[in-house]
Design a protein around this ligand. Structure first.
Ligand code: ADP
Length: 179
């Protein structure tokens, strides 16, 4: 694993709505309607503009499929953009959940690159209400991001913003294991 990509990764604990990065990645639902968890936090801190843009997108595409990503502005947040991706709901592991979670990270980075985003913060997609096991999710997130960064040299910094202690520990351990 190349050290140069590892050097682009940071792990923090806290509220992603406060992140001063080009884009934050929201764990959205397929209707892009906002909801609880990180999605609710982003819409309430960012204001109504984000939801308005989400509704324009939904009027064009109908629904956002699991593993796909779209981008809006970030309203009142410090970030410039919100990338909305839909992680899989955990059904026990035999419904392609691992691939779909990797796709959510991969497609978010692709969209970031297409929009000239240099710094990006990810929430721990699918590990709240969607019930994806946190340890497995952290490994998929971490490995997928490292792999994808090879394709997107212009992305300078990726932050994993962990909300709970357990996720934070998982990501710190993953990073410590490779440096
Ligand atoms: P999902 O439906 O994809 O599981 P959730 O929002 O329920 O999405 O949870 C995803 C992760 O986001 C969880 O680990 C949760 O602890 C975390 N989370 C909740 N609020 C915030 C926040 N303000 N900033 C960062 N992460 C958050």
């Amino acid at each position: 694993m190349s050290v140069s990509y590892i050097n682009k990764i940071t792990i923090t604990k806290g509220d992603i709505t406060r992140e001063n990065v080009d884009a934050i990645v929201n764990a959205a639902n397929s209707g892009l309607r906002g909801g609880g968890g990180v999605d609710g936090a982003i819409h309430s801190a960012g204001g109504p503009k984000i939801l308005e843009e989400c509704m324009v997108i939904i009027s064009k595409i109908g629904r956002l499929e699991t593993g796909e990503a779209v981008i809006t502005s970030a309203g009142n947040l410090k970030a410039k953009y919100v990338i909305h991706t839909v992680g899989p709901i955990w059904h026990g592991g035999d419904k392609n959940e691992e691939t779909l979670l990797a796709n959510a990270y991969r497609n978010s980075l692709k969209l970031a690159s297409e929009n000239k985003i240099k710094t990006i913060a990810f929430s721990n997609i699918s590990t709240g209400v969607y019930g994806f096991p946190k340890k497995l999710a952290s490994k998929i997130a971490f490995n997928t991001v490292i792999e994808s960064l090879k394709n997107y040299e212009a992305i300078e910094k990726v932050k994993f913003v962990c909300f709970d202690d357990y996720n934070y520990k998982l990501y710190v351990n993953l990073l410590n294991d490779v440096i």
